[in-house]
Design a protein around this ligand. Structure first.
Ligand code: NI
Length: 170
């Protein structure tokens, strides 16, 4: 199982709405396994398929970063069933390296999706798990965490990220 390359801000796949997965075939299972391996290797606690250049509705989350197998969540076509409350906390993203900002999100969420066996899963989450699930579902809709910030803050960060990208190229 290879570790996949994580694309960063500026790649158009990150702003595209990802396609629903119609059937869970070998290719999807392999993609999910590779995403888990990639997420653990970084290490990170959440990853979405668009971040590995695949515009499909698939996310992986693991708050234990590989320590507890029961913490691993792999969801196909995840969507919100309900969201309540608001909470603000610091957040970052593997595709937005070096940036951490406070983001306001729902305090509690119920998310449903399908697991790799094709069974429906319903996850009730709060605190960090609610935040990570919301962050990864955002990725499937072409949205980054910096898109939640004020226009002024967002434009300053985008300038900084563009500068980082140009420095890398030259
Ligand atoms: Ni992210």
């Amino acid at each position: 199982m290879p570790v996949l390359q994580i694309v960063v801000y500026g790649d158009p796949v990150l702003t595209r709405k990802a396609e629903p997965i119609k059937n869970i075939n070998e290719e999807i299972v392999e993609l999910a396994q590779n995403m888990v391996k990639t997420m653990h290797s970084v290490p990170g606690i959440g990853l979405s398929a668009p971040q590995v250049k695949t515009s499909k509705r698939l996310i992986t989350v693991d708050l234990s970063v590989g320590e507890k197998s029961e913490d691993l969540i792999i969801l196909v076509n995840p969507e919100f069933v309900s969201q309540e409350g608001i909470v603000t906390s610091e957040e970052g993203c593997l595709s937005v390296p070096g940036i951490q900002e406070k983001v306001t999100r729902s305090a509690k969420v119920v998310v449903k999706g399908i697991d790799l066996e094709g069974k429906e899963k319903v996850i009730e989450a709060e605190d960090l798990l609610a935040r990570v699930l919301s962050h990864e579902i955002d990725h499937l809709n072409g949205k980054l965490f910096i898109d939640h910030l004020s226009p002024l803050k967002r434009s300053l960060i985008k300038k900084k990220l563009k500068r980082q990208l140009e420095e890398k190229k030259s």
